[in-house]
Design a protein around this ligand. Structure first.
Ligand code: ADP
Ligand code: ADP
Length: 209
């Protein structure tokens, strides 16, 4: 299964992606995670990306496209993959299309997770990540166990200000790619409001349909 996950920042893509890849045995490709790893490693790419990320802006297409093109050729993608946070612009969607048709593979689903803007700030500002396991928590909606509280990470771009910039980027640059896939009948829209389990069940239903 090869699929793309689209949705505003903080919609729950990472949370649901973790369940989906475990269940379907496919690779999880999160461009946000890849960029954060590059920032931590202090590579040239990381240094360039960081400026955009901390402002809540998108990293330039040419940086991200090369990264994904290489990643989808790795062996763990042979059984399928879930692209989380890519493509985010029309040029990225077109570049992905070209790379996939060159490799002779097709997309099965484009999952769009819908969460209204007014719920997003709350989800983003309460998000915490466990750097040891990669598990995503929320102070209110998925409280972390107290014994790991000291090591939890609050992303620098998970402030209200950067979150508003990211939402704006989503509506202006990312949402317009949905019609690109809609024309091909690939889009499955899922309501992202509800408990983690409710949303997971809706996603499985949408993929089965
Ligand atoms: P994204 O990858 O789309 O940015 P995340 O999966 O990181 O989103 O989720 C953002 C925050 O919202 C996290 O703190 C997560 O625990 C929380 N969250 C995810 N799904 C839900 C949900 N259905 N209801 C409430 N909070 C959620
Ligand atoms: P979220 O889902 O919470 O918005 P991500 O972890 O997917 O966050 O992305 C964090 C940041 O990384 C984005 O705000 C952007 O700066 C950068 N980024 C991630 N993926 C892309 C992409 N496909 N194109 C451009 N920038 C990206």
């Amino acid at each position: 299964m090869r699929m793309i996950f689209i949705g505003p920042p903080g919609a729950g893509k990472g949370t649901q992606a973790a369940r989906l890849v475990a269940r379907h045995g496919i690779a999880h490709i999160s461009t946000g995670d890849m960029l954060r790893a590059a920032v931590r490693a202090g590579t040239d790419l990381g240094r360039e990306a960081q400026r955009y990320m901390s402002a809540g802006e998108l990293v330039p297409d040419e940086v991200i496209i090369g990264m994904v093109r290489e990643r989808i050729q790795e062996p763990d993608c042979a059984r399928g993959f879930l692209l989380d946070g890519f493509p985010r612009t029309l040029p990225q969607a077109e570049a992905l299309d070209a790379a996939l048709s060159e490799a002779g593979i097709a997309l099965d689903h484009v999952l769009v997770l819908e969460v209204p803007d007014e719920l997003i700030v709350q989800r983003i500002t309460g998000r915490r990540m466990d750097p040891e396991t990669g598990e995503i928590y929320h102070l209110e909606f998925k409280p972390p166990p107290p014994e790991i509280a000291d090591r939890l990470v609050h992303r620098k771009d998970d402030t209200e200000e950067a979150c508003r910039a990211r939402l704006e980027a989503y509506h202006r640059q990312t949402a317009p790619i949905i019609p690109f896939y809609e024309a091909r009948g690939l889009v499955r829209r899922v309501d992202g409001v509800g408990s983690l389990d409710e949303v997971a069940a809706r996603i499985e239903a949408a993929l089965g349909a």
